[in-house]
Design a protein around this ligand. Structure first.
Ligand code: NDP
Length: 472
């Protein structure tokens, strides 16, 4: 009997929590997993939370599919990559025209586009859905970025809208565009997340080593900042991370954690796609590079032995400077991220709604922050795609970029690495200057490669008469 409103395959951390969330919202969910043990574990969790009544365990795939009401919406939440393709192939023989596969993992958007194109002629809908918020978000309300088959989106819309986070009563779930649009937006979300985290870490470095603050003192500052314009999930959790004490040593936990950051790929994908489209995303690129440098611990230890410890004298930057510098850096980073999305929208014919994207990032996801509400309003008014020229943000940048400048300058003199914040400042300075220095680059390009240059009033593809340097 087909009794489930929706099906879900893949009961690891994310899938299991999403299934519990769905059941809690009053929908009946059929669940399946490759290894049966996870189905049993999930049912035990569902029972403990009083949600087993809305959960139907299925151990056989064909039986699972039949349990879902047609046209079927079947979520797959398995390991990204080949397992997703394998799962699609296993499901296909059991599906009917009009059914949909809703893939909610962290897939590369080009893979999602390929899967969408593959299933379209078979009349099977494919939704590539970005889900942000980690385990907690999946259970209690993530931000949900939907892309793919619009018709089948409407079949799943009620469930996905219900399980998403809410901001002022509005669901943080939206359909964004065809094919890989949802996973593309999720990728850039993660790229922005990399930038935010790196900038916060750079500011922490100045507090710790330049201002000589303890972890507890840093924690208190981040907690205070969370009440101001920087209010966001990442600032909030930074306060908690800095506050945590190791039970074994009674030392701040953060001081025991090795300074090597991992990454799973979405930051790199964001940087690559931005470069491919010719959109500068220097904050994301800087953040990805910083994680790579961090992971080369042994090389860094060896290099420090050669150059000596950084000469970190006391800096004269204030906490107020650091707060404003972080705000300015974040605005630049978001401006870059949205510019990447705008360009991808144009290139792929997606018509990505920037105001809606900012809206569904206001709650549930890792980059949720107060200023996304302001960004959403700015885009809703149809103001420019680059936030740096949107009036509200111009006001904030005018007020805060001097602090960013002061902090980056102090970092340079104090031997603090500031990969991300300095990249943001350089982008800002490049973007806001009418006259740059690429005239010299065009001259050089013409010199060695006859690439031509443009002179106002005289036309383009002009050439200089250059001396020969051959044989010198
Ligand atoms: P994992 O990425 O660890 O994947 C484990 C699940 O995939 C298990 O259910 C496993 O089944 C299943 N699986 C693996 N290979 C296959 C296969 N070949 N065929 C069928 N099933 C397979 O789970 P997570 O819950 O951590 O993440 C799920 C997705 O969500 C991933 O794409 C991840 O990147 C994404 N994501 C994760 C977040 C997180 O915070 N963890 C946040 C946002 C997105 P079995 O039990 O049989 O091994």
């Amino acid at each position: 009997m087909s009794t489930a409103d929706i099906g879900l395959i893949g009961l690891a951390v994310m899938g299991s929590n999403l299934a519990l969330n769905i059941a809690e919202k009053g929908y009946t969910v059929a669940v399946h997993n490759r290894s049966a043990g996870r189905v049993d574990e999930h049912m035990a969790d569902a029972k403990a939370q009083g949600l087993d009544g809305n959960t139907i365990p299925k151990y056989d795939l064909a039986d699972f599919v039949q349990t879902v009401k047609a046209p079927r919406s079947i979520i797959i939440m398995v390991k990204a990559g080949q397992p997703v393709d394998d799962m699609i192939e296993q499901l296909l023989p059991h599906l009917e025209a009009g059914d949909a596969i809703i893939e909610c993992g962290n897939s590369l958007f080009t893979d999602t586009q390929r899967r969408f194109d593959y299933l379209k002629p078979k009349k099977i809908g494919y939704l590539g859905v970005g889900v942000s918020g980690g385990e907690e978000g999946a259970r209690h309300g993530p931000s949900i970025m939907v892309g793919g088959s619009e018709e089948q989106w409407h079949n799943a819309e009620a469930v996905l809208t219900a399980i998403a986070a809410k901001f002022d009563g509005e669901s943080c779930c939206a359909y964004l565009g065809e094919g890989g649009a949802g996973h593309f937006v999720k990728t850039i979300h993660n790229g922005i997340e990399y930038g935010d985290m790196q900038m916060i870490a750079e500011v922490y470095g100045v507090m710790r080593d330049g201002l000589g603050m303890s972890a507890k003192e840093c924690a208190d500052v981040f907690k205070e900042w969370n009440n101001g314009p920087l209010n966001s999930y990442l600032i909030e959790i930074t306060g908690h991370v800095l506050d945590a004490v190791d039970a074994e040593t009674s030392k701040p936990l953060v001081e025991l954690i090795l300074d090597k950051a991992g990454q799973k790929g979405t930051g790199v994908w964001s940087a690559i796609v931005a470069q491919q489209m010719g959109v500068p995303a220097t904050a994301i690129e800087g953040a990805v590079a910083a994680r790579s440098i961090s992971s080369r611990k042994a090389e860094r230890v060896a290099a420090e032995a050669i150059y000596g410890k950084p000469d970190r004298q006391k800096t004269d930057v204030t906490l107020a400077d650091l707060e404003k510098a972080l705000l300015a850096g974040k605005i630049v980073s978001y401006a870059q991220g949205f510019a990447v999305i705008a360009k991808a929208s144009e290139e792929n014919g997606w018509a990505l709604p920037l105001a809606t994207i900012a809206k569904i990032w206001r709650a549930g996801c890792i980059i949720r922050s107060r200023f996304l509400d302001q960004m959403s309003s700015a885009y809703a008014k149809g103001e420019a795609t680059n936030l740096l020229v949107v009036p509200d943000f111009v006001t904030i940048m005018k007020d805060s970029h001097p602090s960013l400048r002061k902090v980056v300058a102090a970092a340079a003199m104090g031997e603090f690495p500031m990969v991300c914040l300095s990249a943001a400042l350089s982008y800002f300075d490049s973007y806001r200057q009418a006259r740059g220095t690429a005239n010299l680059i065009q001259g050089q390009r013409d010199f060695f490669g006859a690439h031509g240059f443009e002179i106002e009033g005289r036309g383009s593809d002009l050439h200089g008469t250059w001396p020969s340097t051959l044989g010198k």
